[in-house]
Design a protein around this ligand. Structure first.
Ligand code: NDP
Length: 248
């Protein structure tokens, strides 16, 4: 029992989607530094991928795979790679996602589907394809958003996709719970990544003031919460939405 009170992730296996930039990159590196063997994916080649690949070579326990998680055949290929490299999965972090700001009057069905496919359908596909690899007692972490339950003007499609994750998490925690598999949603507030790089100085001030701790979040703030949810420290936590937003 005493052992369970330590992070102790060494030797576990993880898939982190969308690890090339931002929050996913911080999660990938945090897990790898704890001795977890990680497969991560990204959608397109970029300088960010090359820079992560350089860090991965130093760490020695991170594998990068190009795969668009909104496409079923690419998810199948990604999980096949996980099977080859890792044999099993103890941790799955569904982090890959995209944001879009479009008022309802201009929102096309194509853009609606793009958001749902990228942020919600991808998570269904990854967990379904991961099922045969998930170890009993595995932890699945779905990265949602604080705005899912608060709403965001010009973001009906984004918030709908993130709110959908909460229902998916609640159902899968019940369905997979008998195998000891925990499924949780982690809902970040505003985190300084490329996704929010277009904030004006005024917006920035406003968001800083909204947070009880007076600042925007950093990607490592989310990685810390992932380490907790991935480890046995959270062994009785399942089906929750953990808000990590500095107290908005
Ligand atoms: P970034 O835009 O900085 O990074 C997104 C990452 O996801 C990139 O690695 C990107 O790869 C990858 N990705 C996007 N779409 C796909 C896809 N279809 N298939 C595979 N990989 C994909 O985002 P953040 O780090 O800011 O966000 C990470 C998660 O956190 C998202 O789910 C987001 O909705 C959520 N979130 C973020 C908040 C914030 O304030 N930043 C607030 C609340 C939630 P590539 O480089 O190839 O595009």
């Amino acid at each position: 029992m005493e052992n369970a009170m330590q992070l102790d992730l060494k030797g576990r296996s993880a898939l982190v989607t969308g690890g090339s930039r931002g929050i996913g990159r911080a999660i990938t590196l945090a897990l790898a530094r704890q001795g977890v063997n990680v497969v991560t994916c990204y959608r397109r080649e970029s300088e960010a991928v090359e820079s992560l690949a350089r860090e991965a070579r130093v760490l020695g326990n991170v594998e990068l795979v190009q795969a668009d998680v909104s496409r079923e055949e690419e998810v199948v290929r990604l999980l096949e790679k996980c099977r080859e490299r890792l044999g099993r999965l103890d941790i799955v972090v569904n982090n890959a996602g995209a944001i879009s700001h479009v008022p309802l009057s201009d929102l096309t069905q194509t853009e609606w589907h793009r958001m749902l496919d990228t942020n919600l359908t991808s998570v269904f596909l990854v967990i379904r394809e991961a099922l045969p690899l998930l170890s009993d007692g595995a932890s699945v972490i779905n990265v949602g958003s604080s705005v899912a339950t608060r709403g965001m003007a010009a973001g009906a499609h984004y918030t709908a996709s993130k709110a959908g994750l909460i229902g998916l998490t609640r159902s899968l925690c019940k369905e997979l719970g008998p195998r000891g598999i925990r499924v949780n949603t982690l809902a970040p507030g505003i985190i300084e990544t490329d996704m929010v790089s277009r904030l004006t100085p005024e917006q920035r001030k406003k968001y800083e003031a909204m947070s009880a701790v007076g600042r925007l979040g950093q990607a490592d703030d989310i990685a810390g919460a992932v380490l907790y949810l991935a480890s046995d420290l959270s062994r009785f936590v399942s089906g929750v939405t953990l808000e990590v937003n500095g107290g908005i």
